[in-house]
Design a protein around this ligand. Structure first.
Ligand code: C2E
Ligand code: MG
Ligand code: MG
Length: 505
């Protein structure tokens, strides 16, 4: 073959190679496109099918998850019941039911468990109205029931509803327990037909605000409260950026030496018009409406900054912050605390995280993980308001906490009740067995102090020693310029090294 010929042959074979590659690529593209179309079509058909199912449920007037009647159907039943009431002499009560703390359960165990609880709760409610279309799921974890009753018998019906809902829920080998809040509006006593649902809902929210697990009749004051709350919430959204939040600090003292061991940071809201607002009012509001994460972050930052400033002045006590359940469920809480501590040069064991017993005992994987991460980070964990929840020794043993804080209620009952004495004694013994320190809060009298010391408490906190005060006041007080309290003996010792925390390295 001539040289020209061989070049031509090479070009042809090369060209054929390219063609083959192009053809292969085109085939792959066609297959991929086909696959993509198939998946899209399948998804579209799936969601159309689901939409069709819920549309069918909707048309049949039934909630797809629980099988209870939907809101339009319920409103229809309400219209008929009101007309029947108008014709006769009997009264009608609307019970608005909200499950307490359903959200953490749903977040912690997942939606499958949450859905199963809702289905079971709906079944129990349906039984209360004997299967009539008088029970409805109005949304999320909220239900409504219609019963023929006056105010007194509606109260009994609500008590029966609460009793039924707080029986254990056995879901996926879990044994869950919930309480509920019930608001009652009676027709015609508590308003005309259009206002009935709104009034019962306002009563339910008032019950929730008071801690839940109860029922209440609607009261005109509840509407005002709700309006005020809505206003307060709007203002709270801006409180951090407007610099209206402040931390007060209350010392904890060593029960034997009266040396100051720590200072607990307690939030205060200096409202420009309303004056100082207590955390018992705005912290629950912040928790319910998702503001606690932002406020909690500010508390951690501010407490660490203050701890560093005090260390520079020679004050070496631990600083404690209160952590709410919502914060504990935040994925990056521990990392956030660690970063803040590091930035301010504070060793982790010098920061105490106070977590209430009720939150600590929420036995979800999320709570357990959070506690484990706090332990690994070397933070000092304290179980606050201890004795009010339902801890078992077994569940306490699993928690890597260093401190139990006996609830104020037991301390104030010490003088009057044998029972409180026995409870404090039992808590101290249990803490000893588990290697935890015991702090008694709310110590107001010398008699209480003496009893608590005799019972073996490690640390005390309360108005007897000092009320919560600003950081500046605390430094002045420590310096001898502040008010002389009955615990004056321990004041100068504020400058001494503090008692070591059990997790101190
Ligand atoms: P807590 O953590 O159990 O705080 C103790 C409460 O008892 C404080 O009320 C304190 O001022 C009060 N107290 C202390 N000693 C005595 C005493 O001898 N007698 C009486 N009668 N009361 C005493 P405060 O500051 O109103 O706080 C109430 C609750 O608000 C706290 O209870 C805590 O649960 C919550 N809280 C406060 N600050 C924060 C915060 O930064 N974050 C979160 N999540 N919650 C906070
Ligand atoms: Mg506390
Ligand atoms: Mg407490």
């Amino acid at each position: 073959m001539t040289r020209m010929g061989s070049i031509a042959a090479e070009a042809i074979s090369l060209g054929q190679g390219h063609w083959a590659q192009w053809a292969l690529a085109a085939c792959v593209l066609v297959i991929l496109f086909g696959l993509w179309r198939y998946v899209r079509l399948k998804n579209r058909l799936g969601s159309r099918l689901r939409a069709a199912h819920s549309r069918i449920d909707e048309l049949s007037g039934r909630d797809a998850l629980t099988g209870l009647v939907t809101r339009p159907e319920f409103e229809h039943a309400l219209d008929e019941a009101v007309q029947a009431c108008d014709r006769g002499t009997r009264k009608l009560a609307l019970l608005y039911v909200g499950l307490d703390n359903f959200r953490p359960l749903n977040d912690g165990y997942g939606h499958r468990v949450g859905d199963a609880v809702l289905v079971e709760a709906a079944r129990r409610l349906s039984r209360q109205v004997r299967g009539e279309p008088r029970a409805s799921r109005l949304g999320g974890d909220e239900f409504a029931l219609l019963v023929t009753a006056d105010a007194a018998s509606a109260g009994r019906a609500a008590a029966a509803v609460l009793e039924a809902l707080q029986q254990p829920y056995e879901v996926e080998a879990l044994d869950l327990q919930l309480t509920a809040s019930v608001g009652i509006a009676v027709y015609p006593d508590h308003g005309s037909r259009p206002r009935l649902i709104g009034h019962a809902a306002a009563a339910m929210r008032a019950v929730k605000l008071g801690g839940g697990g109860a029922h209440a009749l609607w009261d005109p004051a509840m509407d005002v409260d709700m309006r005020e709350q809505a206003e307060l919430l709007q203002e709270l959204r801006h409180a951090v950026e407007r610099g209206q939040l402040e931390l007060y600090y209350q010392p904890k003292v060593d029960a034997r030496t009266m040396q100051v061991t720590a200072a607990e940071a307690l939030l205060r809201w200096q409202h420009p018009q309303r004056g100082m607002i207590s955390p018992t009012i705005f912290v629950p509001l912040a928790e319910r409406y998702g503001l606690i994460t932002q406020i909690g972050s500010w508390v951690i930052e501010e407490a660490c900054r203050q701890a560093a400033a005090w260390r520079k002045q020679g004050l070496r006590m631990r600083v404690a912050v209160n952590i709410s359940g919502h914060q504990l469920r935040q994925d990056d809480l521990v990392q956030h605390i660690e970063t803040t501590l590091h930035r301010h040069g504070i060793p982790p064991a010098r920061l105490t995280c106070e977590i209430t017993e009720t939150v600590a005992m929420e036995n979800t994987s999320v709570t357990r993980d959070a506690f484990e991460r706090l332990r690994r980070a070397g933070l000092h964990v304290s179980i606050d308001d201890f004795g009010t929840g339902h801890s078992s020794l077994a569940s306490l043993r699993r928690l890597p906490a260093a401190e139990l804080k006996i609830d104020r209620a037991f301390v104030s009952d010490l003088a009057t009740g044998e029972r409180a004495h026995g409870i404090v004694q039992a808590i101290v013994q249990m803490a000893r067995t588990l290697g935890m320190r015991v702090v008694a809060e709310g110590v107001e009298t010398e008699a209480q102090r003496d009893t608590l010391v005799a019972l073996g408490c490690d640390e005390l906190q309360g108005y007897l020693f000092a009320k919560p005060m600003t950081a500046i006041s605390l430094a002045l007080w420590a310096d001898g310029d502040g008010e002389q309290g009955p615990g004056g003996v321990f004041r100068p010792s504020l400058f001494d090294p503090t008692a070591p925390a059990p997790l101190d390295s």
